[in-house]
Design a binder for this molecule. Structure first.
Ligand SMILES: Nc1ncnc2c1ncn2[C@@H]1O[C@H](COP(=O)(O)OP(=O)(O)OP(=O)(O)O)[C@@H](O)[C@H]1O
Ligand SMILES: [Mg+2]
Length: 281
């Protein structure tokens, strides 16, 4: 791989089963960060909202194939998701992190692990292997898991008149296994996750998501928490910045489990400068 500039931004993923509230929370989180004045050094907003699959032009074609095409063999399906992710990382995520942006993505690697392992019979090692190649090992600084009983999520989708076809096709048992897999991924690596009870009202979920994100941004030197001596540990001369202190309070007070509640979380890994962690998988 050619040498790249240091990654001075922050990479945050929202994960959870179908109907957990990812899209809802991503919008609320983005609005809150904008209100707090997240800007680049030239004063422009520097917040990137994106999603998988389909965060790029190529990705939209892959998404169309995956979600609306015919039968796809399990390995082919996993490779298509990895291809979407490879393009997403190369064309959207890395350039944004290099210029110091905050990147919020609706789904990332853990979706592939949860769905491809539980639904398609691949091993976790196989899914991790193909995705390590696809992404160069890039992991988010923080992954927020919106944790909800799939039954509850299905009721929500039914109430909103949303499509139940995927839920119905795959069955409740599958979605329960996906959720259990998400939980075990979190338990195995608590440093890079925050788990939020997504069965709560949207505003409550939002305040907990925001608190965990603000804590990571503070750790990365991209934000300051109110009334706190906690400052970024890393010099961020070119990064985006949340200029106005957060009103959300400290994550530990907001009932979030995971890194947001721990001092020293969100430290970047080795390899590619000080941004999204690149970790061998
Ligand atoms: N905390 C909440 N309480 C009640 N309803 C909610 C909550 N969060 C979201 N909803 C509603 O539940 C439905 C699903 O939410 P949303 O589309 O945000 O989930 P999602 O995780 O993005 O789903 P998908 O995986 O299908 O994209 C929507 O109708 C939304 O308005
Ligand atoms: Mg959604």
């Amino acid at each position: 791989m050619t040498s790249r500039r240091p990654l001075t931004g922050a990479f945050i993923a929202l994960e959870g089963g179908d109907g957990a509230g990812k899209s809802t929370q991503l919008e609320m989180l983005a609005a809150a960060l904008r209100r707090r004045g997240l800007v680049d050094t030239a004063g422009r907003p520097d917040l990137v909202l994106t999603r998988e699959p389909g965060g790029t032009q190529v990705g939209q074609e892959i998404r169309q194939t995956l979600l609306h095409g015919g039968e796809v063999a399990p390995v082919a399906e996993a490779l298509l998701y990895a291809a979407d992710r490879a393009q997403h990382v190369a064309a959207v995520v890395l350039p944004a992190l290099e210029r110091g942006a905050v990147v919020l993505t609706d789904r990332y690697l853990d979706s592939s692990i949860a769905y491809q392992v539980e639904g398609r019979g691949l091993t976790e090692a196989q899914v991790r292997g193909m995705n390590a190649y696809a992404t160069g090992g890039l992991l988010p600084h923080l992954t927020v898991l919106l944790d909800i009983d799939p039954k509850e999520a299905a009721l929500r989708q039914a109430a909103s008149g949303g499509p139940l076809d995927r839920m119905e096709r795959a069955g409740l048992g599958f979605h329960q296994r996906v959720n259990a897999r998400y939980r075990s991924l979190m338990a195995a690596d608590p440093e890079r996750y925050a788990v939020v009870n997504a069965a709560q009202p949207p505003e409550v979920v939002h305040s907990q998501v925001l608190a965990s994100v603000m804590a990571i941004l503070a750790d990365l030197g991209l934000a300051e928490l109110p009334g706190s001596a906690r400052r970024g540990k890393h010099a961020r001369p070119a990064g985006a910045r949340v200029a106005v202190a957060a009103a959300a309070g400290h994550a530990a007070a907001a009932g979030v489990t995971g890194p947001a509640a721990q001092a020293g979380a969100g430290q970047p890994g080795q390899g590619l400068g000080s941004g999204g962690r690149r970790v061998a998988q």
